[in-house]
Design a binder for this molecule. Sequence first.
Ligand code: PLP
Length: 365
Amino acid sequence: MSVPGGRPQMTATVNQRSDARGVARALPTSFRDPAEAPVVDDLLELVGATPLVRVRHLTEGAPGEVFVKLDQFNIGGSSKDRIAIGIVRAAIESGELRPGQRIVDFGAGNTAIGYALAGRATGHPVTAVVNGLLSPEKENLLRFLGVDLVPGRADVPADDPENWAVIAERYEREDPSNWWARQQSTHANPATHVDSTGPEVWQQTGGRITHWIAAMATGGTVSGTGRYLHDRDPSIEVVGTQFTEKANDTNLLQIARREPGWESLERNFPDNIDLDVIDRIEVRPRAEVIDYGWHVARTEGLVLGLSSILSLRVAVDLAQRVEPGSVIVSFSADSGRDYTSREYNAAWLRENELGWIADRYEPAG
Ligand SMILES: Cc1ncc(COP(=O)(O)O)c(C=O)c1O
């Protein structure tokens, strides 16, 4: 327990300034209504209906309001619980996934956690092909859940034997007990967001949402939710976000803008990035996003994963330019807790040429 006045003295940092701002508003006098606390028979019922939280300090004085959709509230800790359940259920229903088969897919780790939960319930073990960007927190959790991890790479050509998609395809081709879930291309991925995330956001904002912003990997979140929202109100702007470095690697902007020769650039372009739905794509450099992640934690107290911060950065910038009354919803796929041994760790930043960020928030000495 902390005692009043017992807080250790710190040098003047962003930390202290933001703490001073944080105590300026009244604290809640009660917690959430016990009547809203769910009781479930199956842990997979604890997916969906995630909260929206208003961003308070970062948008001070801006004409637009910003809300973050906190999908880390799903039981497995990320938005990917939704699509893992949706993909596995659709494949069981269609007979594509046969009893006892092993679910194989590649990705950043979150979907594999979702597959592990869905697979545990339905009797399917899981193999995840991962790359070097997998956070140690997620790696440990995947091992803890009994997921078989296979190293692969995303930064090599699509026909390279080390490419993570090539590895997933090979697992399925060479061993019939494996089934490749294909989150990048299966319709069940965006369809899950059409059925769940879209209606939630629409209902939570009372139909007032004007902008939907989500980071893109497979593209399922931005496309599926965006499709639902466009069907309700075509004037809602759907914005996909990506790290500048990844957008450059995949030629995302050239493809999205249909620049000459775009067809031949499509090698790393997931089918579920639906350019009929996405109105605009915004990119931000990874280092800038990491820095903003620290700033957001120290101002709002919101601890968000990096793709969530990427979208929030775009949302907060947009809030300055929009019409008064605009309601911007920015998607948070996972929590910043998954990044505290790397990007949200001062020592790691200093070892990885990002010491300037560490110096802003945890000055040495
Ligand atoms: C942390 C995180 N953010 C964002 C995304 C992007 O979501 P989507 O695949 O629906 O585009 C993913 C997907 O891998 C993710 O793991």
